[in-house]
Design a protein around this ligand. Structure first.
Ligand SMILES: [Zn+2]
Length: 319
């Protein structure tokens, strides 16, 4: 960009927010070319047991990449990639997994990549010159662009084939069963803190926090440990409010509320059976308004919609 899209004057160079920018020299105009990256969606599309690679019109004969495209206004990335799959391949897709966000500085793009499974008959859209379907193990990822997304797809595939297929949902896995002297007292304690009792069965109680489980089992013959043996961490959005609540309820604070070097703001209270409870929030959200050291940058691109890079950038490069 050479000229101000607002007033037409030649743009000058300036340093803003620690980066070199092009700015309009007219102080009344004040236009800044932010050069924000353009979001692109990409999909590793599995179809008939293979991965579909496409060659866009105008690409060299040997250039094949995964399906990719720009978002339309008002679309979520998920909607965007499924629309691209329909437009470019004529297939009906569904999202299997989110693969990751990838920076593509060469094209000033940021890529959101998905693993998509598709069904239907392959009908190429007008932007696509050619398509091929490869067995996943024959797909060779590029080093840039959508390449890292393809690598991630292949990595997960190998991992899944090997051993790490999930047996149950994450909340059902690694459930801790806490031995307590009195199941009623423990249920009341955890309920006070905000747990829900989802099952009660004699000496047994099942407690829930969001999708996670905690079992409580009455073993009144056991004596409580002299020292705490561990703590259960609960992540909350407003840790200051929880701190106030547990103090009002009169539970013993083991470690007071404080910002920690590991990026959390947390505190610990004493549990009745040797297992303490720690409430925590990420430091960025736990910081009270007004205490925030750096205000979030907002509306940069939207203040100057004309600064959005033009559609001539081809997102398909280096798939
Ligand atoms: Zn201007």
């Amino acid at each position: 960009m050479k000229f101000c899209p607002e007033c037409g004057k030649p743009l000058a160079h300036a340093f803003i927010d620690g980066r070199p920018r092009k700015v309009c020299p007219d102080s009344l105009c004040g236009y800044i070319y932010w050069n924000n990256p353009t979001p692109v969606v990409a999909g590793v599309v599995e179809w008939n047991g293979g991965v579909i690679l496409v060659r866009s019109r105008g690409w060299p004969q040997r250039f094949f990449g995964i399906v990719a495209g720009f978002l339309e206004a008002g679309e979520t990335p998920e909607e965007g990639i499924l629309r691209e799959v329909a437009e470019e391949l004529g297939l009906t897709g569904r999202i299997v997994d989110f693969l990751g966000h990838y920076d593509f500085p060469e094209k000033n793009q940021t890529i959101a990549a998905f693993h998509v499974r598709a069904e239907g008959t392959l009908v190429l859209g007008h932007e696509i010159a050619e398509a091929k379907v490869l067995p996943p193990e024959q797909v060779k990822p590029w080093n840039a662009g959508t390449g890292p997304a393809v690598k991630e797809f292949l990595r997960r595939r190998t991992k899944g084939d090997a051993m790490e297929k999930r047996v149950v949902s994450p909340g059902e896995q690694l459930v801790f069963a806490l031995y307590v002297r009195d199941v009623e007292t423990s249920c009341r304690f955890f309920q006070d803190l905000g747990f829900h009792v989802s099952r009660r069965d004699g000496p047994f109680a099942e407690l829930r926090w969001e999708d996670s489980l905690l079992f409580v089992v009455e073993r009144h013959e056991l004596s409580p440990p002299a020292q705490p043996v561990g703590n259960i961490r609960v992540m909350v959005s407003d840790v200051d409010a929880v701190y106030k609540k547990v103090q009002e309820l009169g539970y013993a604070i083991v470690t007071p509320l404080e910002d920690r070097y590991y990026g959390l703001r947390d505190f610990i209270i004493k549990g009745p059976d040797g297992v303490d409870v720690r409430f925590a929030a990420p430091l960025s959200t736990a910081t009270k308004e007004g205490e925030a050291e750096s205000a979030p940058v907002c509306g940069k691109a939207s203040t100057h919609p004309t600064s959005t890079p033009q559609r001539s950038n081809d997102p398909h490069r280096k798939g």
